[in-house]
Design a protein around this ligand. Structure first.
Ligand SMILES: Nc1nc2c(ncn2[C@@H]2O[C@H](COP(=O)(O)OP(=O)(O)O)[C@@H](O)[C@H]2O)c(=O)[nH]1
Ligand SMILES: [Mg+2]
Length: 355
């Protein structure tokens, strides 16, 4: 899974990237917006997996996420091709918005106004898709004049609908694509169709005043708060000291980005984790919510899917409470499920299959 971080210059994107990936890319105040980008693949932290691995005595294998720090964007500039590609590649977009005050750091729009920036960036994504649609429609019009084609005509009809949808100011993630249509437009990798997280980078003073901006995931969009600089400073302290300073900043219940971010993105993108506990490894797998046992089996290995008999299922906490598979079975806590069973977040699944 790929998540791309983007936003105006100097919103703390690279700082966020560093916190998420434990990298040490340069975070700077003055240099002009750079066009370089950063990339890192990280393990998805999951305390449940760690506990299961400790119990089973096999090494934990985490799910992985690739983070791209796409660098700064100016309005009307998404069309820049390298940048656009970094956004298009993503399974989800993270828009980092500035809400921290700092007179030395110039905001490209002159003032700090996260609500305005959120709206502007959403417009930008839609405008980029609009251009894509328009360009393709022009091409199709030329081709359709030369020859009749049912396929091209269907594409043209659909794109006209999308164009109208965008003209009405709506993001494509709200468009009711049929399964066939979704396949038809997949190649365009529309930006306004991607799950979108607005992450508002505040400081200790603005954190509370912007609390109202935080909104849970809905329709593939959500807004969350982050306190970049304080977080980086706090992480440099020893844990005991950290608690003291956190209290001093009035951030007692503050959730560190490393802990909260993944969960926020998983719920935004409707993803869940299930686990396998085996002889060689204890492993986390990421699938879309509602994925059935048969599809989940295929995620692990096509042979497991082909020979699928049943899935033995138990929640991770029941598994630990019972003391492993054998005891769970004795106690009747292990469930037998068929192909159609929708795997739930945090379940351990043991597939029985014919070889
Ligand atoms: N005061 C303050 N400064 C921050 C915060 N987050 C980032 N910065 C500063 O903003 C500048 C730009 O940060 P950087 O991560 O390089 O921004 P980018 O251009 O979005 O990648 C650096 O000087 C950071 O220290 C914050 O929460 N508060
Ligand atoms: Mg940067």
């Amino acid at each position: 899974m790929i998540l791309t971080i983007f936003g105006y210059a100097k919103t703390g994107k690279t700082l966020l990237f560093n916190l998420l990936t434990e990298k040490k890319e340069k975070v700077d105040k003055f240099s002009a917006a750079s066009t370089e980008f950063h990339k890192a693949v990280v393990d998805v932290p999951d305390p449940r997996l760690e506990k299961l691995a400790a119990f089973s005595g096999t090494p934990p294998v985490h799910a992985r996420i690739e983070f791209l720090d796409a660098g700064a964007i100016s309005l009307g500039e998404v069309k820049n091709s390298t940048f656009l590609d970094l956004l298009r590649r993503a399974d989800g977009l993270v828009h980092l918005v500035r809400a921290f005050a700092d007179e030395e750091i110039v905001h490209p729009q002159g003032t700090v106004d996260p609500g305005r920036d959120i709206a502007a960036m959403e417009e930008e994504l839609k405008a980029t898709d609009y251009l894509t649609v328009e360009k393709r429609l022009e091409r199709l019009a030329v081709d359709l004049k030369k020859m009749k084609s049912k396929e091209l005509q269907e594409e043209s009809d659909l794109l006209h609908k999308l164009k109208a949808f965008l003209e009405a100011g709506k993001a494509l993630r709200l468009y009711p694509f049929s399964e066939g249509e979704a396949v038809q437009v997949r190649g365009f990798r529309f930006l306004s169709a991607k799950p979108l997280l607005h992450l508002v980078n505040a400081d200790e003073n603005t954190l509370r005043s912007h609390a109202g901006l935080a909104a849970p995931a809905r329709d593939g969009r959500c807004t969350a708060l982050f306190a970049g600089r304080i977080e980086r400073e706090l992480l440099e302290l020893a844990p005991e000291e950290r608690a003291v300073f956190q209290r001093e900043y009035g951030l007692d219940g503050y959730r560190y980005i490393r802990d909260g971010f993944i969960q926020t993105s998983y719920s935004l993108m409707d993803l869940i984790s299930f686990f396998t506990v085996g002889k060689d490894e204890t492993r986390a797998w990421t699938v879309e919510k509602g994925t059935n046992a048969f599809v989940a089996a295929g995620k692990i290995h096509s042979d497991i899917q082909k020979g699928f008999i049943r899935a033995e299922v138990i929640s991770w906490s029941d598994f630990l409470e019972c003391g492993g598979f054998a005891h769970a079975k004795e106690k009747g806590r292990l469930r037998l499920e068929g192909k159609e069973y929708a795997v739930q977040d945090g379940e351990i699944v043991h597939f029985r299959f014919n070889t």
